[in-house]
Design a protein around this ligand. Structure first.
Ligand code: HEC
Length: 503
């Protein structure tokens, strides 16, 4: 089975990237050839620029071993200053003298010692080596606008421009996040560098909002109607952005298009920027606090947004998990934070004393979602083991399981909870959505019909509807009361799925 969350750590980088690619562009037998080509390094005309032409090659092929932390050969290439100084072998290049530049020798070696090392990948393409050679020949200069001490990863990120979404998608896009608008009438769906807004009644696409983030992983509406979105680009960057869906737009093929990259009236705030994706979001019941959970940095951030999201104050940055944080939820009284992680635990954090209160370890597999009983006395969590489990939040039994409420046949991927009603929904790799009573823990309707793993789920504010989104881009909207499906569509604009195989 494809892992729902590809490991994107440095060591698994290649495997992870391949999986992320599949995740974004669909199943291997579908339209892989039609996916957009990776941006090729431009063959520079005129002088070679270090930051534009050379640094991207180094980042792609060298930074994983020659980073700031424990660089191989004591050579840190992520800052120009340390790169030029060199490692144990001294300066890797001599300005104007390619023949005296060790780095070129290392790139061209066909024996052991070649960079990148033979066991870690192919040699650089001859054109890439030629770019580095020309740069050295032209004086090995650093661009005037970049400081020698600057973090090149940040510099490259600042220069990165998100691609414009395609008018018509030749491939489906995995639906990783969903949110109903406060009036229950529209559904916001994650896309590829965009969000799409659909009319629940007609199932029609109404708006497309372009985003810097490649994929949204969590979304929620604030009391003032603004949309908070967490996501990013795997292993590249992550952010938490706030959008105004009613901001200025221009019509394109009957759909309102909003620019959430450049238009300040659409992208109203960027609360957080990090080195890898942000996985999850939560809003306190009183709407005054917002929390996010990160991937590589493993950090949970809590903001006070009581004075408005544009005046958000970061209150706490909590490192309480040993791995990516997949879920976060405020306790009903807003005093505690429930979190869960790839480190196979769910935890509770006391926001007042700033301490970890309990750890629930029973899933023994990554934990993908957390919730709680409305009285706050029990926590709920779901993980790769498929089980929805409940556990005590206080007393000497804190962190002890009370029971397993039921399960998905495969990994449980998300858990969402209605803020007021005793209603909870989970979705899983078993292609189903399940409804639960969060007060009694009783299992409710099982919604089946998806033909692929269900990656995202959302409840409407009035509690009448549940929406689900799958790996193959399909969205379904169902009635909570009887589990009837109201609408289904593929959320990649213009994409026409192939005929479903006959069973
Ligand atoms: C998979 C890890 C890995 C990758 C990727 C990698 N290197 Fe290395 N590199 C090493 C190791 C290990 C050494 C130390 C070898 C030694 O000391 O004999 C090293 C040493 C070097 C040195 C000599 C440093 C010194 O002063 O000792 C240079 C120059 C170098 N690498 C350049 C590159 C370039 C350029 C790239 C990208 C095109 C690259 N490396 C990618 C692992 C890597």
């Amino acid at each position: 089975m494809l892992r729902p969350r590809p490991c994107l750590c440095v060591l698994c980088g290649l495997v992870g990237l391949a999986l992320a690619y599949l995740l974004l562009f669909g199943l291997p037998n579908q339209a892989r050839a039609q996916a957009p080509p990776a941006a090729a390094a431009p063959a520079p005309t005129g002088p070679v620029s270090f930051i534009r032409d050379v640094a991207p090659i180094l980042k792609e092929n060298c930074f994983s071993c020659h980073g700031a932390k424990n660089p191989k050969g004591k050579l840190d290439m992520t800052h120009f200053e340390t790169f030029a100084k060199g490692g144990t072998k001294g300066e890797p290049f001599t300005a104007g003298k390619p023949d005296d530049s060790y780095i070129l020798t290392a790139l061209r070696l066909t024996t052991a010692g070649r960079m990148p090392p033979r066991e870690s990948g192919d040699p650089l393409a001859p054109e890439q080596i030629a770019v580095i050679e020309r740069w050295i020949k032209e004086g090995a200069k650093l661009d005037a606008e970049v400081k020698p001490q600057a973090d090149l990863i940040r510099e490259l990120r600042a220069r990165w421009v998100p691609p414009a979404p395609k008018a018509v998608y030749p491939f489906p896009v995995t639906v990783t996040a969903l949110a109903f608008t406060p009036d229950n009438k529209k559904l916001v769906v994650s896309g590829h560098h965009e969000l799409t807004v659909w009319d629940v009644g007609s199932g029609k696409l109404e708006k497309r909002l372009r985003t810097r983030c490649r994929r949204a992983l969590a979304m929620l509406f604030l009391p003032d109607g603004k949309l908070v979105v967490a996501g990013g680009r795997p292993a590249e960057e992550g952010d938490v952005c706030v959008y105004n869906l009613d901001g200025p737009s221009k019509p394109e093929n009957g759909v309102a298009v909003l620019d959430g990259v450049n238009d300040k009236a659409v992208l109203v705030a960027r609360l957080l920027v990090s080195d890898d994706e942000i996985e999850c979001l939560a809003l306190s019941a009183d709407g005054k606090k917002l929390a996010s959970g990160g991937s590589q940095d493993r950090t949970v951030n809590v903001w006070d947004i009581s004075a408005g999201v544009d005046k958000a104050k970061l209150e706490q940055s909590i490192e309480n998990h040993a791995d990516w944080v997949f879920g976060v939820a405020f306790s009903p009284d807003g005093k505690h934070l429930f979190t869960c992680s790839r480190d196979k635990t769910a935890k509770v954090w006391d926001l007042t004393t700033k301490e970890s209160v309990l750890t629930f370890p029973d899933h023994q597999q990554p934990v993908n979602g957390v919730g709680f009983k409305p009285d706050g006395k029990q926590g709920y969590s779901i993980g790769d083991d498929g089980q929805l489990r409940s556990w005590n939040t206080s007393g000497d039994q804190a962190g002890k399981q009370t029971r397993a409420l039921g399960n998905h046949a495969k990994a449980g991927l998300k858990l969402v909870q209605h803020p007021k009603l005793p209603l909870m929904a989970t979705c899983g790799a078993d292609m189903t959505v399940k409804l639960w009573n969060s007060d009694t823990g009783a299992a409710g309707k099982v919604l089946s019909g998806h033909t692929d793993q269900v990656f995202s789920v959302a409840l409407s504010p009035d509690g009448n509807l549940v929406a689900s989104g799958a790996y193959n881009g399909e969205v379904r909207i169902w009635k909570v009361a009887d589990g009837a499906m109201l609408k289904t569509f593929n959320a990649a604009p213009g994409y026409v799925p192939p005929e479903a195989p006959k069973k």
